[in-house]
Design a protein around this ligand. Structure first.
Ligand SMILES: Nc1ncnc2c1ncn2[C@@H]1O[C@H](COP(=O)(O)OP(=O)(O)OP(=O)(O)O)[C@@H](O)[C@H]1O
Length: 466
């Protein structure tokens, strides 16, 4: 008898310990063989009540057997018992859950397709994703794709951003994998698709780390890097060896921008000669193709802040005009911008709003107020703005980004320490062209600071159009 008790307790305990060890040592095989089948049973078993609780079910008129003598409750045909004499076939309202398809396991959770009821749209499901995540006991549920009448939901068991094992790495010319999306896919900054980027976030939210990640990915590429760092150079000076130029004063920035406008004019002439509209078109011989330039601007507010002095106002106005011009026409001539700051709002000056409109790529780290999130993410879904404010301080480097499909996602940058970025600067120093080589003029040469005029632009467009 005692033996029976001992075995009765020991057997389940050893099975539980065995499962626990299996799950710890081989989480993926445990998930596919044990966790997923159990989860699938739970989801199918509770789908009617979950859909009803989330407001996804629809009331429909159906023929049903009813039992007037038993409180006149409508009952499904499968509940018919022996009260044949009293039953009556009547049309009643029944609740129908949307039809749920086959649940498929993924490495991080599962995905399931759902057939929409008539009158439903994917947005009806987006509104209740949080409720579904709680009901299914998963970290998050997102809408992965849709086609008319059908959506696919993807559930993630744990937060993939809790630990980003993803190293920042180059992913092709002017493409850098800087972090991980909450979908488990890499997040790529691709300058040839999205030429100009804006990185916003409160202090200690992870902006500099993202710049480090970007730097480590760009350093091994044949790309010229230019830095504006008005925080006295503390952020970008350590990487100066790999930069073609670094400006730490506003006057220096203005001079470098004048040079960049000169570069644009030279490249414009080159494109005109070969009758191409940008430096990437195949009509331009590879030997003639100029090196792309990425301009990193750290803490943009410092560029625009001014005292009442007239000289400063003139400086800021010259800087704003040139930076805007580079943003407007630089893309075709291989000049790309990354602008970083705590706030990039109109309160900094009139030029800022126009500059912001040119920065298509948006990365919004943790911000403290909705206004700043709006500045970065525009009039996105209010949930995106709320998500940017809710990023926990314990997860620096996490941000809200707008994906290629126009939907917002959470992203966390790969952690890149200053030492790693320093080492990359050391290793790839030889890839940094000198400013003189880049601009085609000796530093003592007077700079042609005149802007690219609209007439010049029109002439360029006319001469390169076929
Ligand atoms: N992706 C990440 N993973 C882990 N830690 C990170 C990540 N990003 C940033 N951190 C850490 O968070 C802290 C703040 O990061 P960072 O200096 O990049 O913030 P910041 O927004 O540039 O701050 P500030 O505006 O004050 O310069 C640093 O200690 C950094 O190591």
């Amino acid at each position: 008898m005692t033996d029976l008790w001992v075995w009765g307790l020991l057997a389940p305990a050893s099975v539980a310990v065995g499962l626990w060890v299996w799950q710890r040592m081989h989480p993926v095989s445990f998930w596919y063989l044990v966790g997923f089948p159990l989860r699938m049973l739970m989801i199918y078993g509770t789908w009617r009540s979950v859909a009803s609780g989330c407001g996804l079910s629809r009331r429909k008129r159906r023929w049903r057997w009813t039992f007037p003598g038993l409180g006149d409750e409508p009952m499904a045909a499968r509940h018919v018992v022996t009260l044949d004499q009293r039953r009556k076939l009547r049309r009643v309202d029944v609740e129908r859950a949307p039809r749920i398809g086959l649940i498929r396991p993924t490495r991080q959770g599962f995905q399931v397709s759902i057939r929409l009821h008539k009158g439903q749209t994917p947005e009806d499901y987006v509104r209740v994703l949080d409720k579904l995540a709680h009901a299914w006991r998963v970290h998050s549920v997102r809408l992965a794709s849709w086609e008319p009448g059908r959506i696919v939901l993807v559930a993630t068991l744990t937060d993939p951003l809790a630990k980003v094992p993803f190293p920042a790495a180059p992913d092709g010319l002017l493409r850098v994998r800087v972090g991980l999306l909450d979908t488990g896919e890499p997040f790529v900054i691709d300058f040839r698709t999205v030429p100009h980027w804006m990185i916003v976030g409160a202090t200690q939210s992870g902006k500099s780390n993202l710049i480090n990640a970007l730097f480590v990915g760009l350093a091994p590429q044949p790309v010229a890097l230019v830095g504006f760092d008005l925080k006295g150079g503390v952020e970008l000076a350590p990487y100066e060896r790999r930069l073609s130029a670094l400006a730490t004063e506003r006057a220096e920035c203005i001079a470098l921008l004048a040079d960049l406008i000169g570069v644009i004019k030279d490249r414009m002439a080159l494109c005109r000669t070969y009758r191409v509209r940008n430096i990437w078109q195949p009509g331009l011989p590879d030997a003639e193709r100029p090196i792309p330039i990425v301009l990193l601007v750290d803490e943009v507010a410092e560029l625009f802040l001014m005292a009442d002095k007239k000289k400063e106002q003139e400086e800021v106005s010259a800087l704003a005009t040139r930076l805007l011009r580079v943003a407007q026409i630089g893309r075709a001539f291989g000049i790309y911008l990354v602008v970083c700051g705590q706030r990039i709002g109109s309160d900094l000056g009139s030029g800022v709003t126009a500059l912001r409109a040119q920065l298509t790529g948006r990365i919004c780290h943790k911000v403290n107020d909705e206004e700043t999130a709006k500045m970065a993410l525009g009039d996105m879904d209010p949930a995106a703005l709320a998500a940017a404010r809710k990023i926990p301080a314990s997860m620096p480097g996490t941000s809200v980004v707008i994906g290629a499909d126009g939907r917002w996602r959470r992203m966390r940058s790969a952690y890149v320490s200053e030492n790693e970025a320093d080492a990359a600067a050391d290793t790839w120093t030889h890839l940094a062209p000198s400013w003189e080589d880049l601009t085609g003029r000796a530093s003592a040469d007077p700079v042609d600071a005149s802007d690219v005029t609209p007439e010049e632009l029109a002439e360029f467009s006319a001469s390169t159009s076929a």
